[in-house]
Design a protein around this ligand. Structure first.
Ligand code: 5GP
Length: 341
């Protein structure tokens, strides 16, 4: 047993210190990045059932943003969707034999180049089997951009980049409907995970996605400030028209389902129930309907632009070097929060 006494931080543990800035308008801030394999605003909808949808991908694409499709679309629907090239939509898969066969089936029917990004993710990116799978996938597909995850430490981030991943997905347990930390006691504070994995990946020419744990636009800004190349959002994009999924009305209020992909609910829908050796590591929630995602997108992009003007970053790319985090005990005043109209 070992104890690491160095303090590790979450988004809620810090604020960003403002700096002198010559920027006189938020409109002048450029949020686009060009990584070669991706051009646009590097915010990604999570590959969860009610965020990684075709409708969400199209809504985000209009703003240059990206989506990872969830893993449960029918092959025919995927083939239809990828009839046109989708530079900012990732195909998602796990590492089972079934995942591999399904990928072959879809890939075989889609014109070359229409799928450019593949997200290979498992709950625990530390298994050797996972790293071997990424390496095998890279060998077969030199032309595709590979996202691989999830991990939270520099050592495995390096291993994944060396195995062929272009982008490593970072985050174990920070998600809004995730219960891994409660069920297992395993996890790593997300801001520190992003800083450490980013450092490891960038040293080898790789990129990182900060996946999970963003509750506010301020958190998205902190993730970019911490050197994330991309930020992935589940909960912040859930509950919209584009999310689809189950909707119910109760006392005149419309609610939409949102759930962890390891929740008991998701296990029931896709695996015929929880296996007797497994515990669910996610929850299902019903959240008030938020209408179209357009307003939320504007809120996120507006917050990011504003943050850039506070610290003097003309482009999103400059944000990390303009960021000084201040450790805090409280990030904001909540006194009238529940009275908002
Ligand atoms: P959020 O943006 O909602 O805070 O986090 C979204 C992320 O939570 C997803 O991209 C994924 O990495 C993670 N996630 C989704 N479902 C589950 C689950 O059932 N269990 C766990 N541990 N993580 C989940």
């Amino acid at each position: 047993m070992r104890i690491d006494n160095e303090v590790k931080l979450d988004y809620a543990d810090v604020l960003i210190r403002p700096k002198r800035s010559t920027l006189d308008s938020r409109a002048k801030v450029d949020l686009n990045r060009d990584f070669g394999f991706f051009k646009g605003v590097p915010i990604i909808a999570s590959n969860m059932d009610t965020t990684g949808t075709f409708a969400m991908a199209e809504a985000l694409d209009r703003h240059g943003m990206m989506a990872c499709l969830h893993k449960h679309y029918a092959v025919a629907d995927l083939v239809e969707y990828f009839k046109v090239p989708r530079a900012r939509t990732a195909y998602s898969m796990g590492i089972t034999k079934k995942d591999w066969e399904r990928w072959k089936e879809v890939h075989g029917q889609v014109p070359a180049g229409h799928i450019g990004v593949v997200c290979i993710d498992v709950a625990n990116g530390y298994s050797e089997q996972f790293i071997h799978f990424v390496a095998k996938f890279r060998k077969e597909h030199a032309d595709l951009t590979i996202i691989a995850g999830n991990v939270v430490t520099g050592d495995i981030t390096e291993q994944l980049v060396l195995a062929g991943a272009d982008i490593v997905k970072v985050g174990i347990g920070p998600g809004s409907v995730c219960t891994t930390r409660i069920k297992t006691g395993v996890g790593y504070p997300q801001l520190s995970a992003v800083i450490e994995c980013g450092d490891a990946a960038h040293g080898l020419g790789g990129r990182v996605i900060a996946d999970g744990g963003c509750v506010t636009t301020g958190d998205v800004v902190k993730a970019f400030g911490a050197n994330a190349d991309f930020v992935m959002l589940g909960g912040m994009l859930a509950g919209h028209d584009e999310s689809g999924g189950e909707a119910v009305e109760k006392d005149g209020v419309k609610y939409r389902a949102f759930y962890g992909m390891s929740s008991e609910y998701a296990n029931e829908v896709y695996s015929g129930g929880l296996k007797d050796y497994k515990a669910a590591e996610g929850r299902k929630v019903m959240i008030p309907d938020r209408g179209g995602v357009e307003g939320t997108i504007q809120d996120i992009l507006g917050g990011l632009r504003s943050a850039c003007t506070y610290v003097g970053a003309r482009e999103l790319r400059e944000l990390p070097k303009c960021t000084t985090f201040v450790r805090v005990n409280s990030t904001h005043n909540r006194v009238y929060e529940s009275f908002e109209v």
